[in-house]
Design a protein around this ligand. Sequence first.
Ligand SMILES: Cc1cc2nc3c(=O)[nH]c(=O)nc-3n(C[C@H](O)[C@H](O)[C@H](O)COP(=O)(O)OP(=O)(O)OC[C@H]3O[C@@H](n4cnc5c(N)ncnc54)[C@H](O)[C@@H]3O)c2cc1C
Length: 504
Amino acid sequence: MRSGTKSIVILGGGTAGWIAANLIATHWGGRGMDITLVESPDIGIIGVGEGSTPPLKGFMEVIGAKESDWMSRCDATYKVGITFRDWSTKPGFDEYFHPFLSQPDEFSVPAFFHNSYLRRNGVDLDGHPSQFFLAWELARKRLAPVAPPNFPFEMNYGYHFNSGLLGQFLQDWAAAKGVKYRQATVTEAVLDSQGFIDYLKTDAEENIKADFYVDSTGFRSQLLQQALAVPFDSCADVLFNDSAVVFPTDPDENPQPQTISTALKYGWAWKIPLTSRFGNGYVYSSKYVDDDAAEKELREHLGLLDSDIAARKLKFRVGRVREHWFKNCLAVGLSQGFIEPLEATALDMVQETVVRFIEAANKGDLTDRFRDEFNTRISKRFDAVRDYIVCHYRINTRSDTDYWRDNGSNEKISRSLREILTAWLAGKNITDELERQSLDAYFPSLSWNCLLAGKGIYPTKDQVRPGNELANKYDLKKNARYLQGCALNFRSHREQLDALRART
Ligand SMILES: Cc1cc2nc3c(=O)[nH]c(=O)nc-3n(C[C@H](O)[C@H](O)[C@H](O)COP(=O)(O)OP(=O)(O)OC[C@H]3O[C@@H](n4cnc5c(N)ncnc54)[C@H](O)[C@@H]3O)c2cc1C
């Protein structure tokens, strides 16, 4: 970024482009910054990406959008976590829940850490994670995570939504903040003598010129990777999936506020509840199964072999660019990279990228003074997410296909992940290990504990000894009663969604 930056062009109107437009307009719109989003009328958006993590709630708050402004418009539902099914063959661990942690969990989570730690160290205690979280109670009872005013704890949650409708909502919201919109397909980015983007040639007569450019052109990465030739580092050697087949099914009247991820033969299938439908998709590796066989397997999994509803197929690549902000261009969304969708982290990465960019630019008075620090920070976050996701595959215990066997024996995992796994298997406190590696900022220790405990990476029943009084210090029945009592405060997911619709 050069001093005197007064105009920004955001190229691409997928969710990433519109999140960027709203954040930039919220922070700089009133400061004389001219912001235009340019989108091709001929190149569609990717049209998947329907689950979020809790930071999306914060994003909506920052841009001033209330749930009643956007949720009904986007067929949105609440999300309190993800159930992982059939990833592990260990008895009792065929399924577990990865929660979004809320304040009431502060009273129940110590029991999980205690039991899980001692179980790893050979004591016969129940360390299965799901039972320790309010989110699990809400998910299985189909309750919305919105607390009544007299509930004295803060709740944390994410959402599911129709990505196309979310884009349209964000477009209208950005327009109200003064973001201009143009339709054109950019055919070339012309560089100046110093290698900065000078202007964009389009398929119409007019060129487009700005001081700074945001590349949100999806996997094309028209500006950062194509025009500016910033290298892309693939992580396909540790994340094998490169394809997806997507298929809608009828909605539930009162959906569970959670995503379900079920391991299939060559990958995993998501099930995401929206008010208008379930979004289903099978993410798989084309090296192990062809597209038609994958589609058949998904249809079988959904019990819809005879359905004539068409499935959509897509390809993707995993990895990240080496620099997210280069010269006068910032890449946001799929144009900067993608780790696969297992934990629905992509939009969070978009948000983080834009927020940190604004922070760095503000600190450096709209120059590129803090650019390197910014790039290192975002890349580190990508890599931390990658390792957490890789871990799901590396510790799977399925042996039914080459796909799962190859994943389970993959020695190309990063040193960082190897050290976390070594610490876990040695019965150490992995919170210390995550802190040592400064990795606790993204997936916190609790998430790592849920992942490793949830897949049953514990000594087997015949390797453990009975616990004494000290080991058995937490009464799990009491814990369950506490969480059940908390859950009594929440109304059904359906009622909450209807109440929102009535306020829209
Ligand atoms: C299978 C799958 C599942 C996913 N699930 C999740 C999930 O659950 N949660 C999550 O957070 N994320 C998920 N993602 C990621 C998510 O879909 C994306 O991060 C999100 O949709 C943002 O995409 P985007 O805006 O970067 O790109 P796109 O949606 O592809 O938008 C690209 C835009 O650029 C424009 N464009 C491209 N080239 C040009 C040009 N030359 N001139 C003008 N305009 C141009 C297009 O018109 C379009 O508007 C998933 C991704 C995949 C592949």
